[in-house]
Write a protein that binds this ligand. Structure first.
Ligand code: GAF
Length: 415
C-alpha cells in the first residue's frame, strides 16, 4: 500500500476515527556541501519523491499518541515529556518536537499514524521528515501560525535536543523545497535560492549496504567534527586577531583570503580543552550541547577537518555556477572532489561508500559522492537522463541496494 493510504488506514485502525488531515514530508538528498551547514557555510540539497506521511487528528487527552508502521512500539507521550528520558529512539524525536513547541499546544493533544517509503537509517533524513511532518501536522490541526522558515528552525532545534548538533540543512530543504529545483541554503546571513535542474540531468541514490544510524558511535563522530571545526575557527580567528561573537564557526572566517593559508598553519591535532586554555576561553564555547557525547581531552585532527570544510564551501559556489551553466561534467568533477575530501580529510566515508561511488562513476555517471553525514548510508550520482538504469545496475552489483532514481520534489505540505 502506498504511504498516504497506509497512514490513513493505520489511523482508522488504531484510533477508530477518520484523520483530520494528512501531511507529506519528503526525504532529502544533498547534492554537494557536506558538513558545511553547522559551520555557517552553504549547501545544495533537494527533496526527493519518497516521503513520510502522517495522518493527524485531535485527541481528548493532553498527550501525543502515535503509531508507525515502521516501528512496533506505539508512543503515548505527555505534552511535557522529557526527550532525555524517552527510551525508544523514534519516540525521542516526537518528544523533542513537543519540547520545541513549548506551551503553544495549550494542553491540546493529538493522534498521529505514520507510514513512509523512505529507507530508515539511510542518511535520506527520515528522522527530519518525521519531525518536520509532525510540526506541520500540529500546526495544521491547531492553527499555530508557523510558516515554513519558523517550522524548519523549530525542527532543527528538536533534532539538537534529540542529540545531534545538526546544522539545519535537512529541516530547511524538507520545509522549503520546490519540484524540479535544487535549494541553495546560506546560513550567514540566512537566505535560500531555488535553482532549476537543467533538462536532461538525472540523479540516482544508492545504499552502501551499511546503515547510517543517527545514534551511538556515528552521532559521537558527527559531534566530534562539529567541535573540531569550532576549535579550528577559533584558532584561525585568533591568528587573524579577529574577535568572534558567540560560537565560533568556519563561516566567520571563510571570506577572509588568508583563511586557506592559515588552515595549513593550524596544529595537525589539538584537544578542545588545550585550545580553550591557549585562547583563554571556556571549553564550553566549543563543546556546547555535544558535551554529553564528547570528550574535551581527545586529540582532534583540526587541520584536515577545516581544510575539507573551507574547500567544500567553495565547491558549492562552483557547483551552483555549473548548474546555472548546465555543465554536468564540471558538476560531476566537483562531486568526485567532494567525495575524496570527505574520505581523506573529513574521514567520514567507508570502503563500501568508496566502492559504490567508483562503481556508479564507471557505469557512466558524471560524478558521485557520499551524501549526508556519512559513516555508512547512501551515495548520490548525477548523470545524463537515460543513463540511470546502468548506474542503478552498477550500484546494485557493488553494494546490493536499494538503488533508485530520484527527482527533485516539493517540500512538506498538507495534502
Ligand atoms: C546530517 C545533518 F543532519 C545535517 O545538518 C548536515 O550536517 C549533514 O549531516 C552533513 O552535511 O544530515
Amino acid at each position: 500500500m502506498e504511504p498516504a493510504s497506509a497512514a490513513r488506514a493505520a489511523f482508522r485502525e488504531h484510533f477508530g476515527a477518520e484523520p483530520a488531515l494528512l501531511v507529506r514530508a519528503p526525504g532529502r538528498v544533498n547534492l554537494i556541501g557536506e558538513h558545511t551547514d553547522y559551520n555557517g557555510l552553504p549547501v545544495l540539497p533537494f527533496a526527493i519523491g519518497r516521503a513520510t506521511l502522517l495522518a493527524v487528528g485531535p485527541a481528548d487527552a493532553p498527550r501525543l499518541e502515535a503509531v508507525s508502521e515502521g516501528f512496533p512500539v506505539p508512543a503515548s507521550l505527555p505534552l511535557d515529556a522529557d526527550p532525555a528520558t524517552v527510551a525508544e529512539p523514534w519516540h525521542r524525536y516526537l518528544a523533542a518536537a513537543l519540547a520545541v513547541l513549548g506551551d503553544r499546544l495549550a494542553g491540546r493533544g493529538a493522534r498521529v499514524a505514520i507510514a513512509s517509503d523512505l529507507p530508515p537509517a539511510s542518511g535520506l533524513s527520515s528522522s527530519s521528515a518525521l519531525v518536520v511532518g509532525l510540526l506541520l501536522g500540529l500546526d495544521g490541526l491547531f492553527g499555530l501560525g508557523l510558516g515554513p522558515p519558523a517550522l524548519a528552525d523549530l525542527a532543527a532545534r528538536a533534532e539538537r535536543i534529540a542529540g545531534a548538533e545538526t546544522g539545519g540543512m535537512d529541516q530547511q530543504v524538507i520545509a522549503l523545497a520546490r519540484a524540479g529545483h535544487l535549494l541553495r541554503i546560506d546560513f550567514l546571513p540566512p537566505s535560500t535560492r531555488h535553482l532549476p535542474v537543467p533538462p536532461g540531468w538525472a540523479f540516482v541514490v544508492a545504499s552502501s549496504g551499511q546503515p547510517a544510524p543517527k545514534g551511538g558511535a556515528a552521532r559521537a563522530a558527527y559531534n566530534e567534527r562539529v567541535v573540531a571545526t569550532r576549535v579550528a575557527a577559533a584558532l584561525i580567528a585568533d591568528m587573524l586577531g579577529a574577535e568572534l561573537e558567540g560560537t565560533p564557526v568556519l563561516g566567520n572566517v571563510a571570506d577572509i583570503d588568508a583563511a586557506p593559508i592559515l588552515v595549513d598553519e593550524l596544529p595537525a591535532r589539538v584537544s578542545p580543552r588545550k585550545a580553550a586554555a591557549s585562547l583563554g576561553v571556556p571549553v564550553e564555547r566549543f563543546v556546547g550541547l555535544a558535551a554529553d557525547t564528547f570528550d574535551p581531552d581527545v586529540l582532534l585532527p583540526v587541520r584536515a577537518y577545516a581544510r575539507h570544510v573551507l574547500a567544500e564551501a567553495e565547491r558549492v559556489d562552483l557547483a551552483c555556477a555549473a548548474v546555472e551553466a548546465a555543465d554536468l561534467r564540471t558538476l560531476g568533477e566537483l562531486m568526485l572532489a567532494s567525495h575524496a575530501s570527505l574520505r581523506d580529510d573529513y574521514r567520514c566515508s567507508t570502503p563500501a561508500l568508496d566502492a559504490l561511488v567508483a562503481a556508479m562513476t564507471k557505469a557512466g555517471a558524471a560524478g558521485a559522492r557520499l551524501t549526508g553525514a556519512g559513516f555508512g548510508g547512501f551515495a548520490i550520482a548525477a548523470c545524463e537522463r537515460g543513463r540511470e538504469p546502468a548506474v542503478i545496475e552498477a550500484a546494485l552489483a557493488a553494494a546490493g541496494g536499494p538503488a533508485f532514481a530520484v527527482e527533485p520534489s516539493d517540500g512538506a505540505a498538507l495534502l
